[in-house]
Design a protein around this ligand. Sequence first.
Ligand code: ZN
Length: 269
Amino acid sequence: MKKNYVIAYVTFAIVLALVAYYTMETTEQAPVESEEQLTVNWSYDGETGPQQWMNVSADYAACGRGELQSPINIEVSNTAKEELDEEVKLNYEKALFEIENNGHTIEANSTTPDNSLMINDEEYKLTGIHFHSPSEHQINGQYFDMEAHLFHETKDGKMAIIGLFIESGEENKELAEMWANMPKDGAEAVKVLKNPINLDQLLPEEKNVYQYVGSLTSPPCTEGVNWFVLEQPIEMSNEQINQFSSIFLQNNRPIQQLNNRDVYKIELD
Ligand SMILES: [Zn+2]
């Protein structure tokens, strides 16, 4: 009889321990789940791809409902004929960068504060450069091998992006060190480049740009971005292009509706 009591007691204790364990586990799990929801992930294909971005998070509503979205196809013959009463000036010199793989692209963050784009005397500071493969914008329905985005922001959060097409050709010396240090995946630490990139040398000689108002091309697809897409592409070797696409085979958002927007052709100073 006594033995049965012991068995019952031990069984009860085990059940109690299991209940306590599972209760503890569920309470521990809860914050982890909500954390995952905050950093919820989007991608360039599959269930969280561009057509679903607006459903991935309420913060990404503009990706589906916006009417000033990027990228666009630039039909050269449809660009606005009138002149824009606006002065756009580049203040570019050498810039130091640290690079990371954020899972969506290679992001080079500028650690040099003095490069900027001036729009009507308002300063948009260069914060970083990232890359897409193939290009995001099209000219007359044609993609380029890659596109770099030089991201600028004012003190109060107004955004301007210079889009820079890249096509296959000579090795790009300005980006050689960045490419040599390119992190293959997001787990790799941020890498600090030793030598500055001469931004003036990086850009093409001719500074004709297509200007329009669009959005970020990745979530949250925020609108009101001043876009300047350089007409003349720069070059990169096949090897350099292949190195990027071996990490990101396809990280470009599909072309968005132009709707009622005008695209202007201007020249940067
Ligand atoms: Zn981009």
